[in-house]
Structures are given as C-alpha cells and as structure tokens.
Design a protein around this ligand. Structure first.
Ligand SMILES: O=C(CO)COP(=O)(O)O
Length: 252
C-alpha cells in the first residue's frame, strides 16, 4: 500500500478464454460490490477477441476491461497486430505492455515497449508497463540494475500518475508458484518508487506499482500489505471468479 494511492487489482488472462468465459467475467463484475469498488479499481485483460464483448458485459459495474498488448502504430500493414486505437474502440481502458512473455516470445525490447506505451497514452488509455528480472539476473545480484534499465527505457517521458501503472513481475515468479519474500518485494518497490520520483516528481510518487507473479488468494493479503505495493497483476488466479475476487477481498 501507499497512502493516498487507490489500488488496482488487474487480471491478465493471457491466451485463455472464449465466449463461454464471459460468464466468469460477469461473475467477477458481480462480486465487486459498491463497498469494494469504493476502495479499488478492478480490471480484467482478456484475449483481444473478447475485449468488446467483455466491456459490454461489465458496463456500469466496478470492473474495467483492458488489452494485453498493442502495436505502436495506430493502423497499417502489420498483419496479426492490434492497435491501441482499436482496443480503445472496443472500450478497453488499460493496455498491458512489455509483459515478459512478449519480451521473450516476440523479442520486444524496452525501446519497443516504450513506443507501445506512448501509443496507449495517445489514445487516452492507461499503460500497464511490465518489468522484472530473470532468475539468472537475480542470482547474479543484478535485480535493481535490471529494473532501473527497464524503467528508464520502457516508460515514456510523458508518463503521469494517471496514465501509467508499473507492474513488477519477476520472470521466475510467473506461473511457478514461487514468490519473492515480502522483504524482497518491498526492496524492489521502494527502489522503483525512488527512481520514478527522481524522474517524474509527484507523478512518480503517485504512480501505482503492482506486484505480479504467482499471486493467489493465500498470499494476496501479505503481498498487498507491503509498502509501495499498490495492487496486483494476476495471471492464473484471475481466470476463476472465486480466486480473483478472493484476491480483491484483501482490500476490503
Ligand atoms: O504474468 C503474470 C501476470 O501478468 C503472472 O502470472 P501468474 O499469476 O500466473 O504467475
């Protein structure tokens, strides 16, 4: 938590979900009651095939719908890609950029991630910029160096507390059931906060810093109470309404 910052609990469905899954999204929206939505923002990022339908299903609820990635261009000859303006047109409010699976599977550099985040901002949407070290980098004691390099190169200069969320996702904690200790998370988030304050001043102080990587109902309470952790980016446990809502409940 950071005093004065409204938490964001975000689900990244990755390459999972079909139209049947809209029921799960409706169930999540139904579980974010008024009391909870006064305390947190809640977001699900389904595959792009479902964004428009999901956004229609959650209208006037405490749940928002986002995209998982976008191209940096608004339109053009980029077969298979989707633009931030298309996701905006489908009523997405946020777009994840720079997820480690994009960086690894698609060779995305921080320079590309930055261009994508700029495209998100240009559409008036919120960019969730992901950073995080690999196991090898952590073992070599390079975690904070990696975070600094990725923050510097991935986060656009025009970022503000309103249009940008940073998600710290240690690559080795994603989908493994293994998480860093609360102290390790606190150290990483304190470091990111200092870096962002140095660069963006009060906007850096107000940016939401999410933790992601094997967040589940059993560890959400501990992880979400860590200083400078302003919410979660949840993968596997966001696919089932009961699990995702149990994570949100950490903030009730
Ligand atoms: O990559 C993640 C969210 O973007 C985390 O995934 P898991 O919660 O499945 O570890």
């Amino acid at each position: 938590m950071t005093p004065g910052i409204r938490p964001l609990v975000a689900g990244n469905w990755k390459m999972n979900g079909d139209r049947d899954s809209l029921r799960e999204i409706a169930a999540i929206a139904g579980g974010i009651d008024t009391a909870l939505s006064e305390k947190i923002d809640a977001l699900i990022c389904p595959p792009s095939t479902l964004v428009y339908l999901a956004a229609a299903a959650v209208q006037d609820t405490g749940l928002s719908i986002g995209g998982q990635d976008c191209h940096w261009a608004a339109s053009g000859a980029h077969t298979g890609d989707i633009s931030a303006s298309m996701l905006a047109d489908a009523n997405a409010t946020h777009i994840i950029v720079g997820h480690s699976e994009r960086r690894t599977d698609h060779g995305e550099s921080s320079a590309i991630v930055r261009k994508k985040a700029e495209a998100v901002h240009a559409e008036g949407l919120i960019a969730i910029v992901c950073i995080g070290e690999t196991k090898g980098e952590r073992d070599a004691g390079e975690t904070l160096d990696v975070l600094k390099k990725q923050l510097d190169a991935s986060v656009p200069d025009a970022s503000s507390a309103q249009n940008t969320v940073i998600a710290y996702e240690p690559v080795w904690a994603i989908g493994t059931g293994v998480t860093p200790t609360a102290q390790d998370v606190e150290d990483a988030h304190a470091f990111m906060r200092r870096e962002l304050e140095d660069r963006f001043g009060s906007d850096g102080a107000g940016m939401r810093l999410l933790y992601g990587g094997s967040v589940k109902p059993a560890n959400a309470g501990e992880l979400m109470s860590v200083n400078n952790v302003d919410g979660a980016l949840v993968g596997g446990a966001s696919l089932k309404a009961d699990d995702f809502l149990a994570i949100c409940e950490a903030y009730r």
